[in-house]
Design a protein. Structure first.
Length: 334
């Protein structure tokens, strides 16, 4: 305490004033000298006790801060007493709470990253193993031409799958990192759905499925055209994948003053309640998912829609199909 420069200055000034007061009192009478001496001593004792107590509290706060720096966020120094030290305690507690939340979030991100890397490794390992085996077969000069063509086709399909997986993961990472700038524009829903359907890659499954489109002709949406189209492509492809042979996938929309709602419905096996709670988790594969599914498409669709302040929900009944309900809100009028 005595090493504090301010206290040294205070003591020097106090002693000077104290001695000066005694000297002045000596010119009056001895009682005044005694009174000044007693008052001065009492004041000095009170000051020392008060200052020592403050230093004791400050030492505790310093120890508390050291504990925080070592990762212990469980301590609580809040109190309801008035004063600057109480204010300081409460502010330190607020900072500690924020640090604890950030630490918890970082730990969750770390676990999520480890899980994601594990999932990605697993998703890449299967096609890479298959491709290695086929490459060995293709290197054989005795391989029949028909088999060579078959393996080449499968090899190309696996390469396309890896390309899609890596591309999707990069897009998801950009969205999660907040580095994607969604540029919203207003457009007609019917035009947007046509744009989406043109971009859906035509394969045997999509060629066999009829897509029925129905909605209000003058309905509008406000969204980032390309990114939102990516979300709808993934949702529609999921519905096509789960549609029985000969069944149509329906796309319907309606609008009001607040939002436009677009429903994408299939007539497949439906989704159980347990799966519905996980359907938008990345790498989640449902009971009826195909072997080629990697569980990325719906996770990406969810990220794209929700990052534009929209919502995507599921209404499903076992044996009666699934409806994805996508809601895009109109911009507020200022």
């Amino acid at each position: 305490m005595l090493r504090n420069r301010e206290i040294k200055v205070f003591l020097v000034l106090f002693i000077i004033i104290f001695i000066a007061s005694i000297l002045v009192a000596m010119f009056t009478n001895i009682s005044a000298v005694v009174l000044v001496g007693i008052v001065g001593i009492i004041y000095m004792i009170l000051f020392i006790v008060f200052t020592w107590n403050r230093y004791r509290l400050i030492r505790k706060l310093a120890e508390y801060v050291r504990d925080i720096s070592s990762g212990n966020y469980a301590l609580d120094v809040r109190d309801n007493v008035e004063g600057e030290l109480s204010i300081l305690k409460n502010e330190i507690y607020k900072v500690t709470s924020k640090l604890a939340e950030q630490s918890s979030a970082l730990e969750e991100d770390k676990i999520h990253l480890v899980d994601s890397i594990s999932d990605i490794s697993h998703q890449l390992k299967t096609p890479l193993t298959s491709m290695t085996m086929m490459a060995d077969f293709l290197a054989s000069p005795d391989l029949p031409e028909a088999k060579r063509e078959e393996f080449s086709t499968v090899l190309l399909r696996q390469l396309e799958r890896i390309d899609w997986l890596v591309s999707s993961l990069l897009k998801l990472s950009k969205i999660d990192a907040g580095s994607v700038q969604f540029v919203k524009e207003q457009m007609n829903v019917e035009y947007f759905i046509e744009y989406v359907l043109e971009r859906i890659q035509k394969n045997e499954r999509t060629k066999e499925t009829t897509i029925v489109v129905n909605g209000e002709a003058d309905a509008l949406i406000s969204c980032d055209k390309n990114w939102t189209a990516e979300a709808f492509i993934n949702v529609i492809n999921n519905c096509i994948e789960h549609s029985p042979q000969g069944e149509a996938v329906e796309i319907r929309w309606k609008t009001n003053a607040l939002y436009t709602q677009i429903d994408v419905q299939d007539h497949g096996p439906g989704i159980s309640f347990k799966e519905r709670t996980q359907i938008f988790n990345r790498f989640f594969k449902g009971e009826h998912a195909s072997e080629d599914s990697v569980g990325i498409g719906l996770a990406m669709a969810h990220s794209i829609i929700t990052n534009q302040q929209g919502s995507i929900e599921i209404d499903s009944e076992i044996g009666k199909g699934t409806t994805f309900i996508i809601t895009l809100y109109h911009p507020s009028k200022k």
